[in-house]
Write a protein that binds this ligand. Sequence first.
Ligand code: ASP
Length: 592
Amino acid sequence: MLRTHTCGELRISDVNKTVSLTGWVQRTRDKGSLLWIDLRDRYGITQLFLEEGKTDASVLTAARGIGREFVLKVQGIVVERISKNDKLATGDIEIKITSIEILNSSKVPPFTIEENTDGGDDLRMKYRYLDLRRNSVRENLMLRHKMAQQTRIYLDGLNFIEVETPVLIKSTPEGARDFVVPSRMNPGEFYALPQSPQTFKQLLMVSGFDRYYQIVKCFRDEDLRADRQPEFTQIDCEMAFITQEDILHTFEGLVRHLFKHVKGIDMPSVPHMTYADAMNFYGSDKPDTRFEMKFKELTSVAQGKGFPVFDGAELVAGICATGCAEYTRKQLDELTEFVKKPQIGAKGLVYVQCKSDGTFKSSVDKFYSADDLKKWASHFDAQPGDLLLILSGEKAKTQKALGELRLKMGDLLGLRDKNKFSALWVVDFPLLEWNEETNLPTGQAGRWHAMHHPFTSPKPGDLSLLDSDPGKVRANAYDMVINGTEVGGGSIRIHDRATQQLMFTKLGFSDEEAKKQFGFLMDAFEFGAPPHGGIAFGFDRLCSLFGGADSIRDFIAFPKNNSGRDMMIDTPSTISQEQLKELSISVNDLKK
Ligand code: ASP
């Protein structure tokens, strides 16, 4: 190599060694008689210095011609620094330069390559290769590398086989839109990019692979949010001859292995919570369990006292915010405004301040006596100094709104510490959910959708409800939730043709349609399909969670922006008339 050491390597024990270093110029400081250069590579920064009268004049001249981000090869002697820098691993030493070779020059970068860069998002996306020179972004990718390595170590140790599945496939129904690719050789026909390798991994179980995994790119054409990218990566897994408990046990093991080997954290075993409990106590199927603040239902306690809002409600429920009784009018108004925002959707907020002198003050004093409020407080186990926040209305909507309020209070009270991790399994999801907005081919408004996907098996005991009360059927489906984020989800699958066919019928597929789209899978089920199930983890999301960040973008080397655009290579982009013609796509069909 052109270097003897990296820029992060030299220590006091290396003093007097003659070394060669290569790297980028972080900055230079010219004090006239002395000149310093900070040289950076991915391993660290080393300080170089040159001295008027002592350093060769031609070397000094060369050094004075360099600027930020020039690429250098230098030679010199390691010396002990007079003023040491304890923030730098190499801060005890510096290099007395004897020669400088400029390997390449650099234009002035469009933003500073420093922790607190002056570059905005768009600029950094356009010059992503420069952004990747910044420590924090590089460290995120190193964390990602470690996560992938440790995932492979764990799964390989359990006999999982990594198998690649195709990228040019046909539509998989994971609930999002497909990205499609026109086929030149089959005019008018298209491939779809996989939303996940779901059907392939199931077929691998039919083939007898028994334990499969893949760290794999998936594609979903959805509206983007901070934690979504059109292409993203899953740790995709499937096992045969297992029960749901086996899957939960195996993949709880994976997550604990990652915490242990990537973050040095010993995670306790992961508790299970039913979907019903998650909704009833946290108003969310992905509760943040870093803090308690569980919902308490107040419906029967609070009704019948003449307060029309509560009397007409399907659910009255609330949370107890510890130590918040002294919230000011302004703070309480802000909370009311918060729950009334359209995305939260509550009509108003009722509060009860449990004063430290044992008295109560509420926004419904007109309807409820001190005795009533005392009863509520004991229902909540509230102590003097606590604040009760209560919502009411239709059950599902109230739960959701109260869930948002709970998270807001968690934020306000500093209970959502990024360095604390709380994982749980949410189990017993409903099999189906009703969607008003999609129609059946017959024109009938609304239809049942698979909550996870159509290959998920119903709980055997609930099968009889499929006709009478489809919304009540529970699935053998589970999600892993960490700190209120769904990091993975999966299910035990259907593995016989008749049940799979029945499922498609319930979802409104005609026999013909089901056969056309998924005939290959149902055929395979007739050739000795073993019982099987699996899970997929959102790898980008898992990495951002481990890295303590909200967005997955900085854990992806070359991400897209919120409009699905890669600002650096400037795509999506038009293609030539020639290419369009070859693909049998009529130019007139296109906007641009
Ligand atoms: N294919 C599913 C998904 O992408 C995961 C699974 O059921 O294994 O969410």
